[in-house]
Design a protein around this ligand. Structure first.
Ligand SMILES: Cc1cc2nc3c(=O)[nH]c(=O)nc-3n(C[C@H](O)[C@H](O)[C@H](O)COP(=O)(O)OP(=O)(O)OC[C@H]3O[C@@H](n4cnc5c(N)ncnc54)[C@H](O)[C@@H]3O)c2cc1C
Length: 408
């Protein structure tokens, strides 16, 4: 059934009708909204704050795709599988890695300019990877991607509802009714792209987090209450390298590319105690263990930490791939190319989420999920650079499928 297209007439009704309603304006929601609109749907995009308020815009390090001569989507898939400790959904992983190069070209068509080197992409190796595979836009990759997606959405026919958090979702005869802030929005299908919950989780635990304040997880709960299946929701990821000092950098996610370009973790005695480019959960655990056994250091305000020896990064690499990080530390009075910085793991990412199929549909027909709110693609341990990729690949898929179902 195609939902009859209606429009907002304040004199008659305060109810709005669309083919597809997307919840959340991070990379996954924007990709879904653009894709649904380009598939012919009338699209609404409701989000909690401003359109650019999301974790995606904070992402720095980069996005994975197999472009290296020694690389392949199959190798990429194997790395994801191994890093997930064989807990990922292999079908979703194959979609993720096989569509990665196409997703990059789609982003380029929308205006994203990935950093180039020697006539190709500048590729870095990230934790848990066997090949160099991380594309970057300096160290503001997420900002570049969300800006391009936002421009694409705003140049189409979709309608944005900022400051309109989803509070309630109910089934109707023709699809779904959503209460988003002061708006009541009807839609044939709904794409949930509201991200994870690490900001709330960290606040409740009294810990630091890299996350945006909007990452509170209530939309996952709304879907679960409606009967949607979830998986691995207990598997939260610590970013191994949260900023520990100076105070202004506490909770900052020091890009993993620092380690890709030569930085290593050191204990109080200046000894390397782990493979700095191991899978994230292993590196974080190694830091926790090192501090636990008394080989860590303390920040000036008494927090636990170890050293990240960033002085091993060459000035040339830092200038191209870490300019934002350098600027932030230097304005806090520390030059990472001249002295080691202090780091400790911080809550960062919700590995699990709503169960989806390869088109992003949850176990409830007509409700789709993509991005951090969905589970399975990373199993219980995500590799860096695969989240922005997941947002793009599955955002596009979910948007397209939601538009097709709304039109059926
Ligand atoms: C500091 C940092 C650095 C990172 N670096 C990288 C990296 O280099 N590479 C990588 O691949 N990944 C990285 N990640 C992870 C990645 O950025 C995120 O996991 C991913 O962007 C999540 O995208 P999303 O669209 O699912 O959610 P988000 O980008 O978090 O967007 C969620 C949206 O939903 C909205 N929302 C929330 N609740 C509601 C509600 N009730 N109603 C309506 N809207 C709601 C929010 O306001 C927001 O607009 C990083 C994350 C952080 C925090």
């Amino acid at each position: 059934m195609r939902l009859v297209r209606q429009w907002y007439d304040p004199g008659v009704s305060d109810r709005l009708s669309f083919d597809v309603l997307v919840i959340g304006s991070g990379a996954s929601g924007l990709a879904a909204a653009v894709s649904a609109e380009r598939s012919g749907a009338l699209v609404a995009l409701a989000t909690k704050g401003a359109l650019q308020s999301c974790n995606s815009a904070k992402a720095q390090g980069g996005i994975q795709a197999a472009f290296g001569e020694d690389d392949s989507p199959e190798q990429h898939a194997e790395d994801v599988w191994r890093s997930s400790h064989e807990t990922a959904d292999r079908c979703l992983v194959e979609v993720l890695t096989s569509e990665a190069p196409g997703a990059i070209h789609w982003l380029e068509e929308l205006g994203v300019e990935f950093t180039q080197e020697n006539g190709g992409y500048r590729l870095a190796k990230c934790g848990g990877a066997t090949r160099k595979r991380l594309l970057q836009v300096g160290d503001r990759t997420g900002l570049a991607i969300t800006m391009a997606l936002k421009d694409a959405f705003e140049s189409g026919s979709g309608t944005a509802f900022p400051k309109s958090p989803l509070g309630e979702l109910t089934r109707t005869e023709g699809g779904w009714r959503a209460h988003c802030g002061e708006h009541v929005i009807d839609a044939g299908t709904v794409v949930l792209a509201a991200g994870g919950r690490c900001f709330r989780e960290a606040r409740e635990r009294g810990e630091l987090s890299t996350n945006h304040p909007g990452a509170t997880g209530e939309v996952t709960q709304i879907a679960v209450d409606l009967g949607a299946e979830s998986r691995d929701l207990d598997a939260l990821q610590y970013h191994p390298n949260g900023g520990a000092w100076p105070e202004t950098m506490q909770g900052y996610s020091i890009p993993e590319t620092t380690r890709a370009y030569g930085a290593v973790l050191l204990n109080a005695d200046g000894e390397e105690f782990t493979d700095s480019l191991g899978p994230r959960d292993e590196v974080s655990q190694a830091i926790f263990d090192e501090v636990e056994k008394g080989s860590g250091v303390e920040t000036e305000d008494g927090r636990p930490a170890v050293y990240l020896d960033t002085t091993r990064i060459s000035e040339a690499d830092a200038e191209v791939s870490l300019p934002y990080m350098l600027r932030r530390y230097r304005s806090g009075g520390i030059d990472p190319l001249k002295e080691r910085i202090l780091t400790y793991p911080v809550l960062h990412y919700q590995n699990g989420g709503l169960v989806i199929d390869e088109h992003g549909e949850t176990t409830i027909e007509g409700i789709y999920a993509c991005g951090e709110i969905a589970g399975g693609t990373h199993g219980r341990n995500r590799m860096m650079g695969n989240s922005l990729l997941e947002c793009t690949v599955f955002g596009r898929r979910a948007g397209r499928a939601a538009a097709e179902k709304a039109a059926a």
